[in-house]
Design a binder for this molecule. Sequence first.
Ligand code: UDP
Length: 235
Amino acid sequence: MERTTQLYEGKAKKVYLTTDPDVVLVSYKDDATAFNGLKKGTIKGKGEVNNVCSNHLFRLLESKGVKTHYVEQINERETFVRKVEIVPLEVIVRNIAAGSFSKRFGVKEGTALKAPSLEFSYKNDDLGDPMINDSQVLALGLATPEEIDKIKAMALKVNEILCDYFKEVGIILVDFKLEFGRFHGDIILADEISPDTCRFWDAKTGEKLDKDRFRRDLDDVDKGYREIKKRMGLE
Ligand code: UDP
């Protein structure tokens, strides 16, 4: 398999077509954005951390029966993945109140939730990714009822597997965002799972080890990312 032409350049990744029509190559960049693109910057080494960590987690999820787009890592920054049609939903799972959940519902950041919370945002930059419910997803034809059920069940299973995994390496999985894709009639996990898309807190100190350091102008943003890779035993 070889890369051919560039298909797309996003905020944090470039995507290339390959000689296999079912496979694309994803190349992770160090570029970072937040607040719907209003804040821009770079985080040294972020691309490598996100690629290597995400691949590790996707392999773990595959081993537990979760179908993902992962095919093969090529190098520290680049990976072959299945070419999917992305379902235009951001699926957010939370274990602890933080960010927009804390603001919207007036719950202090750090409050443990009584059950995992699952919500959808409509993936649309022009609209600022608004929150959307199941009935609105159906009304807009963004997914079928069967797809919604499958996505929810998979997202909660991913949460259980990841919570157990991160607990063992001394990290609290506060919340995270998933994206799913359609592949030959099936729904599979796509995009990435990394410090860009998760809130990770050190279980001992509560220190933030994720993109919130960038969003909140804290120092040592790159160190937080590297620490996650280290805890995962990947360096
Ligand atoms: N998230 C993400 N991309 C987005 C929005 C959210 O990866 O476009 C992740 C975010 O990193 C966090 C979780 O989803 O781990 C919940 O985010 P929240 O809704 O609290 O929004 P935020 O506070 O990040 O604006």
